[in-house]
Design a protein around this ligand. Structure first.
Ligand SMILES: Cc1cc2nc3c(=O)[nH]c(=O)nc-3n(C[C@H](O)[C@H](O)[C@H](O)COP(=O)(O)OP(=O)(O)OC[C@H]3O[C@@H](n4cnc5c(N)ncnc54)[C@H](O)[C@@H]3O)c2cc1C
Length: 368
């Protein structure tokens, strides 16, 4: 066997898996584009990390995720969490906000309840409508993919991982012993394969006889708006329908980032992807920004496209091939996976090494 494990896809999840697995295994990490590309879901300079979730099991899992980022900090002295605090707010009858409050109360997360007047007093750059409710949670913050991914890839390389980019996996074949992976540049054998292929997961699964028809690809975007005056504020999620979220000034001086957590351009196959930023989303986000943040220049000066791989219930897919336990699928992160990156690397390592994980994965089974 050339390798113990081959990891397909060097986005957040594949890079984290390669980092953990290459600590004690011979690993090959394959990527179809150049490392650091912006064609998938793990580019850009900011992602929200938060404990506030509708689903109580995600709240519990986030405790483990923060601990996994801490383990990276302890072992490498690199702290990736930029704490800013987080504000979840919305109409008083917002089912998703009310469910979030229920879940964090159940798990015992510390937070503050705020009414519209208190939110406007504390965060004057937000034009919070009367009657709205909110929760402030101090542990929320920002992760920067353009910091995290090179770190994970460099650490993996330093641990002996073989890294090959601009090499597309074309097929995966079962051998009497192990697996053969055929790429656009060669072929490799290994005992196990981990598929962290993001929006391309469905195509690869289909080649392996697994139909993931319920996976959707959302073409989303994020935009940067110039602040007339620099104001520090928390990350936020506005639980109106549709949902918008955003960041204080972070990666671009003088600019805040706001984005829609929805899409009007949903495709079932990556080959149907639009080359341009989704202009309808830019229009809708501009309207939201104008209404909620009067201190911003209403016209976004930068915008970028990105992809969500969505499951119907926003649960991930972390599960073995039903007929071959040497193949592990890891995807469907539904627009909210980045905060789990450090933990997912550990989960994949444990599933490959021992077949078990101390993370409850019951919600992440393949549904066929
Ligand atoms: C705009 C936006 C905002 C987001 N905001 C947040 C947030 O605030 N908080 C949060 O927690 N999460 C957020 N997310 C979600 C998070 O970024 C994703 O869940 C995460 O990055 C998914 O990582 P991935 O490794 O599964 O996918 P990807 O990064 O897409 O990686 C898959 C990789 O596989 C490669 N690949 C595919 N097929 C092949 C093949 N045949 N051969 C070789 N390589 C292949 C691809 O090229 C790609 O590099 C956001 C996502 C987007 C798009």
């Amino acid at each position: 066997m050339d390798f113990d494990v081959i990891v397909i896809g060097a986005g957040a999840m594949g890079s984290s898996a390669a980092y953990q697995l290459s600590k004690n295994m011979r690993v090959l990490l394959l990527e179809q584009f150049a490392f650091g590309h912006t064609n998938g879901s793990s580019h850009g300079e900011s992602r929200i990390i938060r404990l506030t979730y509708e689903q109580d099991y995600f709240v519990s899992m986030m405790y483990k995720a923060y601990a996994a980022w801490d383990r990276i900090r302890e072992s490498t002295e690199r702290n990736f969490i930029h704490k800013k605090g987080g504000l979840d707010f919305g109409p008083p009858d917002s089912p998703r906000l009310l469910q979030t409050i229920k879940s964090i109360e159940k798990i015992g997360i510390k937070f503050e309840r705020l009414n519209a007047k208190e939110m406007r007093g504390r965060f004057p750059n937000f034009n919070i409508p009367g009657g709205y409710i909110g929760i402030y949670q101090p542990d929320a913050g920002i992760l920067n993919p353009d910091e995290v991914l090179p770190f994970l890839q460099n650490q993996a390389k330093a641990q002996g991982c073989t890294m090959k980019d601009e090499e597309e996996v074309l097929s995966i074949q079962r051998l009497r012993e192990g697996i053969k992976v055929i790429t656009s540049k060669g072929e490799y054998t290994s005992k196990k394969v981990v598929i962290t292929a993001g929006a391309w997961l469905k195509n690869i699964a289909e080649d392996l006889g697994i139909k993931l028809g319920y996976l959707q690809i959302w073409q989303v975007a994020f935009m940067y708006f110039k602040q007339r005056e620099s104001v520090d504020s928390p990350i936020f999620i506005c639980w109106e329908e549709p949902v918008f979220y955003g960041f204080p000034e972070f990666e671009k001086d003088g600019y805040v980032k706001i984005a829609p957590h929805f899409s009007n351009k949903i495709i079932d196959d990556i080959s149907k992807r639009d080359p341009e930023v989704n202009s309808e989303l830019v229009k809708l986000t501009t309207k939201f920004a104008e209404r909620m943040f009067p201190g911003l220049n209403p016209t976004p000066e930068f915008s970028e496209r990105c992809l969500y791989t969505i499951t119907p219930d926003d649960n991930f897919i972390i599960d073995y091939h039903p007929k071959n336990k040497n193949i592990l699928f890891c995807g469907g992160f539904s627009g909210h996976g980045f905060k789990f990156t450090a933990l997912i690397g550990e989960v994949v390592r444990d599933l490959i090494l021992t077949g078990e994980s101390d993370v409850n994965l019951e919600h992440f089974k393949i549904k066929i």
